[in-house]
Design a protein around this ligand. Structure first.
Ligand code: SAM
Length: 481
């Protein structure tokens, strides 16, 4: 920032901030999975070749995700004493100021002058000289009022006084859902955990090819560190190193795959047994399919259904990398009418049917933080309708006396207790079973079970996403119209 009214030319804007700004301006207009920050045509070169490019993207990604996880706090500080009027400010300028405020409050290591100067130059890029002057003036008013660095922020009285929705950085309806699902205090603790840290990378050792210890050794040989989780020993946390896990030879050889700890826990809870006949009804990208295959010992039958052709191709490639092209897992196009209702070979013939349902994804708030801000709860009816249909259709495939496990990465009551309750009211004889039965005692302390038999992972107790599941047992005799 210059001392006078006219901002001075601060040199080039860093590639990471430029990439971050473009991504932030698209929040709410693209799907959460599009959060990955990629350079676009016309961007000036980053410098440093592929390594510089990768570093810039990683930094941009961290900025975007970090800011979106803390947006409530950042906005509350920016709006304090009406210093900044959101409604009167165009989007790119708003995001430039938010980004600078986020860096100021949460990134103690970024030099003070660079944050101000880069904000001004980013504003110039986004809106010309007028925008640069505006941002310069705003920064000069705002900066003295913002706590500098996480320690000062934690001690700031305003943080403690702000409404929970701002402190936890979620809209009111998301806070309500978490309180309903986990209980008031627990729901807030879960949301706080999902705002505090970046999501970790978890690896799952492929137990048909290797052991967790061998995977750790193989990775160490490639300059990559990983450590076993104490609750689930075949879950390995990536600790860093010379390469990303999926760039290693060990990954290419199928010694492990990438899967969140919460997803691994939910899959283990299905209790799939060696030699069982299993249907994975919503399979891609295949994290749970692979784990189910390992749980049944690579024997028995595993049918993996997926509706989306592109995702089905990813699923098939993942399974081939892990278990070999002819491993025996049947990857099949999901077609509700053909596969669930009409084709007799799927009717009542699986010991276990797993439905990892398309859902609102509220348990992924940390991994995909823009889910917080895209208003999905206001549009949830079509998701619930799809889930109802899938559950009823999948139930037809369970053999008499077999099991159906319903999994979501959205721990809301509507998608879990209410969904299973409605199903059971319409399907006589189905009972809910203990959802912890397949899990070792070492990881049960991280799960919360509701009065209606739905289990939920507790991201505040272990570093994982929020998953929920319920286990249903079919009656010994079933009648379907
Ligand atoms: N089980 C997967 C795993 O662990 O890697 C993740 C499954 S994801 C939560 C839900 C899947 O359901 C997606 O792959 C999606 O394509 C699929 N899906 C979406 N709409 C569907 C529909 N109408 N019918 C069936 N499957 C659908």
């Amino acid at each position: 920032m210059s001392e006078g009214g006219t901002p001075q030319r601060g040199g080039a804007v860093s590639a990471s901030r430029r990439l971050a700004l473009r991504r932030l301006c698209a929040v709410g207009r693209t799907s959460p999975t599009a959060l990955v920050v990629e350079p676009a045509e016309g961007d000036p070169p980053v410098g440093g070749g592929a390594v510089g490019d990768r570093r810039a993207r990683a930094q941009a990604d961290a900025l975007v995700r970090g800011l979106l996880r803390r947006l409530g706090v950042v906005d509350a500080f920016l709006a304090r004493d009406n210093l900044f009027r959101f409604n009167d400010t165009p989007d790119p300028i708003k995001w430039v100021l938010r980004l600078a405020a986020y860096e100021w409050m949460y990134q103690a290591g970024a030099p003070d002058y660079a944050i101000g100067q880069q904000a001004v130059e980013l504003g110039r890029l986004a809106g010309g000289a007028g925008a640069a002057r505006f941002i310069n003036a705003m920064m000069r008013r705002l900066i003295p009022r913002l706590p500098r660095g996480p320690a000062a922020l934690a001690a700031d009285r305003y943080l403690a006084q702000m409404p929970e929705t701002a402190r936890l950085s979620v809209p009111p309806e998301v806070l309500r859902e978490f309180r309903e699902a986990y209980g008031a205090a627990e729901g807030e603790a879960v949301l706080a955990a999902l705002a505090e840290r970046p999501a970790p990378v978890w690896l799952r050792a492929n137990l048909l090819k290797s052991t967790p210890e061998e995977v750790v050794e193989a990775l160490r040989g490639e300059g990559v560190e990983a450590a076993a989780d104490e609750g689930l020993p075949w879950a390995l946390r990536w600790l860093g190193g010379e390469k990303l896990p999926w760039e290693t030879d060990a990954f290419a050889r199928g010694l492990f795959t990438i899967q969140d700890l919460g997803a691994m826990t939910a899959t283990l809870a299905t209790g799939a047994q060696t030699g069982e006949r299993v249907l994975d009804a919503c399979a891609a990208p295949g994290g749970k399919t692979g784990q189910l295959w390992e749980m049944i010992g690579g024997q028995g039958r595993l049918v993996a259904l997926e509706v989306d052709a592109e995702r089905r191709a990813v699923l098939a490639a993942t399974l081939a990398r892990l278990y070999g092209a002819g491993c025996g897992i049947e990857v099949v196009e999901f077609n509700e009418v053909a596969h669930f209702a009409v084709q007799p070979q799927y009717n009542q013939c699986f010991d276990l049917v797993v439905v990892d349902a398309p859902c609102q994804g509220l348990g992924l708030l940390r991994r995909h933080p823009e889910i917080r801000w895209d208003g999905r709860l206001g549009r949830r009816e079509p998701v619930l309708a799809l889930q109802r249909g899938l559950l009823a259709a999948a139930a037809r495939c369970v053999r008499p006396g077999g099991r159906l496990v319903w999994i979501t990465c959205s721990p809301t009551q509507a998608e879990n207790e209410a969904m299973l309750g409605e199903f059971r009211r319409g399907h006589e004889g189905w009972v809910l079973e203990d959802p912890l039965v397949g899990l070792p005692p070492s990881c049960r302390g991280r799960i919360q079970v509701s009065g209606e038999g739905v289990a939920r992972t507790r991201p505040d107790r272990a570093d994982m996403d929020g998953f929920a599941w319920g286990c249903l047992r079919a009656p010994d005799r079933q009648y379907f119209e």
